[in-house]
Design a protein around this ligand. Structure first.
Ligand SMILES: Cc1cc2nc3c(=O)[nH]c(=O)nc-3n(C[C@H](O)[C@H](O)[C@H](O)COP(=O)(O)OP(=O)(O)OC[C@H]3O[C@@H](n4cnc5c(N)ncnc54)[C@H](O)[C@@H]3O)c2cc1C
Length: 455
């Protein structure tokens, strides 16, 4: 629905949520950062009746976004990792408000939500508005196609679990089709082009290599994985994972080349078509499936939030206290926030570790705000970067705070460090006992289920 129409319609609807004198904190976006904040504030303030905490989210269940490449490749059982917002709210003292934020009214302190519908088009929730005292926006980022022709129509972006699952269905269908058809597998029929060799693209390439072979091993034996399944990784910069130190790029490239992934650096994509990818140098890469993972930007709705300042890449500009520059009652953090720390020349990166640190910071600072105490600035600590190449390797750098610089790590230790980021997220949502029980139960069921998704 058109943003302005929804906001206008919502402004006529009686706002919900102003039925008590309690300070109302609304968090919009229940992702890596938002759900941690809602859970912790709900436990601390909501349950004790010290403030009212609400979470507005357009999905009904939460999946930690860095797992999306595993969903796309089919190596992860979504059901074992997803969490229903309604239940989390019930357990942790916050109210879940289902719906997509379409606008705000800063003067009236209202946030507008679009109506939601089921698959038959029947309305589930109407257009609504909620009144806030403090608004926290954490709606993440979306893929940036940079106006490249054909991306919207023919490429998949791994922005949501639905898109990751759509990619996985298309992958399985392509393999089943190739297996059932008369005649040999055609050139390009089982080729995947991944555009953008940042962490997402490279991690997906490695994961796909493993699961595509897994699919074939379950009986699609007409397909020869070595000859028929091909993965091409395309990057405009002169090396893969260009945002990370060169040693990591080299390490990741070595592993991927060993897996026969075709790496094309210094290659700019000018168009995506129904059967492949055109490069600026005139080359055409035939591909059945194309993934666009070449950069992110702020979701469009941020540019229509009643005059809040946005950066060139469409994110909300915030001060060091994570308050938006034009409204101290509105905070933003995570991927959707643009924070340039004092003295730095690059903003805080759009990463789960930044969203996690900011959620912890706001958990403390929003309690100070309730007591009218001055807010402390947020300081980002870069703990390093890790690229997980599935079961093949994990490569990255860790920041050694004692020695004051980062050092290179790989192998089992790197893999454990990579997993620890997800464990920290789970700990913030569930606490140690449930995390231990879940980890154990996943380890057991992994041994009795197919290693790749087959449907
Ligand atoms: C495949 C992949 C791998 C990654 N790997 C890593 C990694 O290894 N390490 C790392 O640090 N980072 C990684 N990242 C980046 C990381 O996922 C993000 O930085 C992190 O999820 C940002 O958290 P967030 O809370 O800001 O946003 P998100 O986690 O994206 O959550 C945003 C939430 O807002 C909801 N939402 C969006 N729009 C609206 C709206 N209008 N109204 C209501 N709700 C809305 C969404 O449904 C979502 O639940 C990876 C990302 C991807 C895609």
């Amino acid at each position: 629905m058109n943003d302005k129409k929804t906001a206008a319609a919502a402004s006529k609807v009686m706002p919900v949520g102003d039925d008590s004198d309690l300070h109302h904190i609304i968090i919009v976006g229940g992702g890596a950062g938002g759900l941690e904040l809602a859970t912790r504030l709900g436990d601390k303030l909501g349950k004790k009746g010290k403030a009212k905490i609400s979470l507005v989210e357009r999905a009904r269940t939460h999946i930690w976004k860095p797992l999306l490449h595993e969903i796309a490749a089919g190596s992860m059982d979504v059901g074992r990792h997803e969490l229903a917002y309604q239940a989390q709210g019930y357990w942790h003292g916050f109210q879940f408000r289902y719906g997509e934020m379409t606008g705000i009214d800063r003067k009236k302190k209202l946030v507008f939500l679009a109506a939601t519908f089921d698959e038959d088009g029947r309305e589930i929730t109407p257009v609504r508005s909620f009144k806030y005292d403090t608004l926290v926006i954490a709606i993440g980022c979306v893929g940036n196609a940079f106006d490249t022709p054909g991306v919207k129509e023919h490429a998949i972006m791994l922005d949501t679990p639905e898109e990751a699952e759509r990619f996985n269905r298309r992958l399985i269908n392509a393999c089943v089709r190739a297996f059932a058809q008369e005649g040999p597998v055609r050139a390009g029929q089982l080729h995947v082009a991944i555009i953008g060799a940042g962490a997402t693209g490279t991690e997906l390439a490695a994961e796909l290599h493993r699961t595509a072979r897994g699919l074939v091993a379950y009986g699609l034996d007409k397909i020869n994985p070595e000859n028929d399944i091909k993965i091409t990784l395309i990057e405009a910069a002169d090396r893969i994972v260009p945002a990370l130190p060169e040693r990591i790029s080299d390490g990741v490239a070595d592993v991927l080349r060993g897996l026969n992934v075709d790496i094309k650096t210094s290659s700019r994509v000018v168009e995506v078509t129904g059967n492949g990818v055109k490069l600026q140098n005139g080359d055409f890469i035939p591909s059945e499936l194309v993934v666009w993972a070449a950069g992110v930007k702020g979701p469009d709705v941020l540019a229509h939030l009643d005059g809040l300042e946005v950066s060139r890449d469409g994110r909300l500009v915030v001060t060091e206290t994570l308050q938006t520059t034009r409204d101290p009652n509105i905070f933003a953090f995570g991927d959707c926030a643009y924070l340039l720390p004092k003295g730095a020349d690059v903003p805080v990166p759009p990463r789960a570790q930044a969203a996690h640190q900011e959620a912890s910071h706001l958990y403390t600072e929003l309690q100070r705000r309730l007591k009218d105490e001055p807010l402390e600035p947020f300081r980002y600590r870069d703990f390093g970067s890790l690229v997980s190449l599935g079961e093949y390797s994990t490569v990255g750098s860790l920041m050694g705070f004692v020695i004051g610089k980062s050092f290179f790590i790989e192998g089992l230790f790197a893999r454990l460090m990579y997993r620890s980021l997800y464990k920290m997220h789970e700990m913030a949502l569930h606490g140690p006992f449930k995390v231990m029980a879940d980890t154990l139960s996943r380890m057991i069921t992994r041994r009795t289920e197919p290693v790749v998704k087959l449907h």
